[in-house]
Design a protein around this ligand. Structure first.
Ligand code: ACO
Length: 349
């Protein structure tokens, strides 16, 4: 059975740099608080009207496709991870198929938030290994800036997130010392509401709901979105940051160890760990727990913020572009986020 390898990788971040100081125009926050708690100095925000999750994904994908030595016409499947799609439906996969003028190939959307790219990579890996497809485009992209509460009320979340996209092209390889060695996927829905955006949704009364009495006499279709939801700021993400932190620092090391053990490696064997850029403090905790040196871990949250499904491919691409990942290196990708879901992938570059 062939393994799949990352044949090409690309990233795109919008030109607009938003510093921590820039955010003080909108909310009561400050550079010191944000840097101390999250490590973030600045993030990128997409152009409000000219850039979407799909347009950013297309830019990253074009680079990945070119570096893979192929063309958009040769791609035979798309897996697209995002929590901030252009439309509620259809998903971004078909938008990307259209944007890149691709053949009528299958396009699958993955909604696994921070671990979305790793779930997408895992799905693509199975299709390559079984021989079903030979050239799969895997994308993680987010336009968070469009949907954040940019007031003091939303500051604990809004300062963390940024926009961007990353993409890889997976192809089969017959080489025994190259490619994706294994992927490991997990979930625990018990804490689904700890990091979530409840509305719009079909949960009716269960979470994030206030004033649902308003709906008693309304046709059911009107419960999806209402003025009351917007007035009560229920259309923004919610996060219990401390609970997320506590779970993340357990599950990140656990899923990394799982990948290493499955392949007979130890943490000292890792040449490069690319953790989902959730929060620099979480990455530092994971690094210390695994006893890794600064050279074994790549972080760029300082400059891009948390770009959710895009963060792993953006960081992987940047580390590779800087020459920090070389052929034959053992690379570990790991992510944890909303759901909760968490995942890892171990690969030989
Ligand atoms: N600027 C200034 N003050 C703020 C801000 C802000 N942006 N946000 C919150 N505060 C204030 C609060 O109002 C509170 O003030 P009070 O003590 O007067 O009430 C104080 O800071 C502490 O607030 P907490 O919410 O308790 O802050 P905490 O110390 O937990 O830090 C943080 C928040 C950084 C989110 C932390 O919980 C954390 O690191 N959590 C991990 C979760 C995470 O990183 N999520 C990333 C996205 S999810 C993912 O990718 C997995």
């Amino acid at each position: 059975m062939p393994r799949s390898k990352i044949a090409g990788i690309g990233k795109y971040v919008p030109a607009n740099v938003v510093t921590n100081n820039d955010l003080t125009q909108y909310m009561d926050t400050n550079d010191e608080w944000i840097q101390e708690r999250t490590g973030i100095k600045e993030r990128r925000y997409a152009h409000r009207t000219e850039e979407t999750t799909t347009t950013m994904a297309a830019e990253a994908a074009k680079i990945a496709i070119e570096r893979a030595g192929t063309t958009a016409q040769e791609i035979d499947f798309i897996v697209f991870a995002t929590l901030s799609p252009d439309y509620y439906f259809p998903g971004c996969g078909v938008m990307l198929q259209r944007a890149l003028k691709m053949k009528e190939v299958g396009a699958l959307d993955v909604r696994n938030q921070c671990s979305g790219f790793l779930y997408a990579l895992s799905v693509a890996d199975q299709f390559i290994k079984t021989g079903m497809y030979k050239n799969i485009l895997v994308v993680g992209a987010e336009k968070h800036s469009f949907g954040l509460d940019m007031t003091t009320r939303g500051r604990n979340i809004s300062v963390i997130f940024g926009d961007g996209a990353g993409a890889v092209v997976l192809q089969p390889t017959e080489k025994t010392d190259q490619g994706i060695l294994s992927t490991h996927l997990h979930s625990d829905g018990e804490s689904a509401e700890i990091l979530a955006m409840y509305n719009p949704g079909t949960h009716a009364n269960h979470w994030g709901a206030q004033n649902y009495a308003d709906f008693d006499d309304a046709p059911i279709a009107n419960m999806f979105m209402s003025h009351a939801m917007i007035d009560n700021a229920q259309n923004f993400p919610f996060m219990d940051g401390q609970s997320v932190f506590k779970k993340a620092v357990v599950k990140f090391p656990e899923v990394i160890h799982e990948a290493l053990t499955a392949n007979g490696y130890q943490s000292t064997d890792i040449n490069m760990l690319i953790p989902h850029q959730a929060n620099l403090r979480i990455s530092q905790f994971v690094q210390a727990k695994l006893k890794l040196t600064d050279d074994q871990v790549y972080n760029n949250i300082q400059h891009y913020g948390n770009t959710t499904a895009a963060s792993v491919p953006i960081a992987l691409c940047e580390a590779w572009e800087k020459g920090k990942i070389k052929e034959g290196d053992l690379v570990c990708l790991a992510a944890f986020g909303s759901g909760f879901t968490w995942a890892s992938a171990l690969l030989k570059w």
